[in-house]
Design a protein around this ligand. Structure first.
Ligand code: G3P
Ligand code: CA
Length: 361
């Protein structure tokens, strides 16, 4: 983690909670608060971001989607139905696939919604995705705009004296562009408005969409006088994470296969400062305790000068891979054995605490 300065009085207040880091760790390894402190409060709500902030990660993540009236909101899905009461408030607004798309709603409509812990519908009932987490529908949370979240983080940077960065992800740019919306341009404009313009700015801009990453790097940023750090997120082709429309308007899955082949990282590095792989792309699931098998991805990315920030580190029951003893052991394997540069985690206090304890030895 980068060194950060803070007034002693403020520090003693913040550090009163035992779960929070006891001191600012001093290493180059970073912690990204994935959807905020989403292990403790509903993801991507401002309270989850404020809580994450108090845990002192290096970056706080925003997943960004666009509304019908061209506003940017912080939501993981380009659907509203997994984390809000949209189906109850606007029952007639689902598309034929049964989903409620953020892009079909204006910001004033989205602001009417309540946000809760993520859920799935099973046998007509809402079933919480992570049952050990914050209870569903308790208290009242809202969908923030991208600007509201940046203003809160920048406001806390001023009032607390830290310098915590942002890590926005442009969600499904292929989908937004097919719907006639240039989400990347809109995100870049907001970043520029709030002072994130250069490689030195405290931001990583991420996307799963390589074609869009190239467009951002080669066209959009030069046209806007910007040059922020870019991260290519890695997926497997069969996840259908990124689609490409053919001449007949049919969507086909984008093939990520080349990224994992020889020379893949060299090509990505022409456009990106880092990559964001899924954990098993770094440490093979064939690993066992005491026999960790690395895939070679970190080495290949480092050879091209890129950072590696895998996702997603979760401490919930059943989320620790069989090759790790516990959450800290998993962090140790990734930070030290695999030599990643940072991690996305729903539990930023635990990762910050881990790095702090290593630094104090
Ligand atoms: O962006 C890194 C990580 O967040 C990717 O996974 O699906 O949570 O956005 P996702
Ligand atoms: Ca993300």
């Amino acid at each position: 983690m980068k060194k950060i300065c803070l007034a002693a009085a403020i520090a003693s207040t913040l550090l009163a909670a035992p779960a929070f880091a006891q001191s600012a760790p001093d290493s180059d390894k970073i912690v990204v608060a994935h959807r905020g402190a989403s292990g403790y409060l509903p993801e991507h709500t401002l309270p989850a971001k404020a809580m994450a902030y108090a845990m002192k990660p290096d970056y706080i993540e925003q997943d960004v989607v666009m509304t019908k009236d061209d506003r940017l909101v912080v939501l993981h899905d380009h659907y509203l139905d997994r984390v809000t009461n949209v189906a109850q408030l606007f029952p007639d607004r689902a598309r034929d696939d049964g989903r409620y798309y953020a892009i079909d709603f204006t910001l004033p409509e989205i602001k009417q919604l309540s946000v809760t812990e993520g859920f799935n519908i099973k046998d007509g009932k809402q079933v919480q995705g992570f049952p050990e987490r914050y209870p569903m529908w308790q208290s009242d949370f809202k969908v923030p705009t991208f600007e509201e979240e940046i203003e809160m983080i920048q406001g806390l940077n001023k009032s607390l004296g830290y310098d915590i960065g942002i890590y926005p992800e442009i969600k499904a740019p292929w989908f937004h562009r097919h719907e006639g919306k240039d989400i990347s341009k809109a995100v870049l404009k907001v970043l520029k408005d709030y002072g994130y313009t250069s490689k030195d700015s405290n931001v990583f801009l991420q996307t799963f969409d390589f074609n869009e990453l190239k467009r951002i790097h080669d066209e959009l940023m030069p046209a806007m006088g910007m040059d922020v750090k870019l991260v290519q997120l890695l997926a497997y082709t069969d996840w259908n994470e990124t689609m490409v429309y053919d001449g007949k308007g049919q969507a086909q899955p984008y093939s990520y296969d080349w990224m994992f082949a020889k020379g893949g990282m060299e090509k990505v590095a022409k456009y990106a400062d880092g990559v964001g792989p899924w954990k098993p792309m770094v440490v093979s699931d064939q690993s066992t305790k005491g026999n960790i098998k690395l895939t070679g991805l970190v080495k290949a990315a480092h050879e091209q000068g890129m950072q590696v920030h895998p996702y997603t580190f979760r401490a919930d029951t059943g989320r620790i891979p069989a090759y790790a003893n516990d959450f800290n052991d998993m962090l140790d394997i990734f930070y030290n054995t695999a030599n990643v540069d940072g991690v996305f985690t729903d539990f930023p206090d635990k990762a910050v605490g881990y790095l702090s304890s290593k630094d104090s030895k």
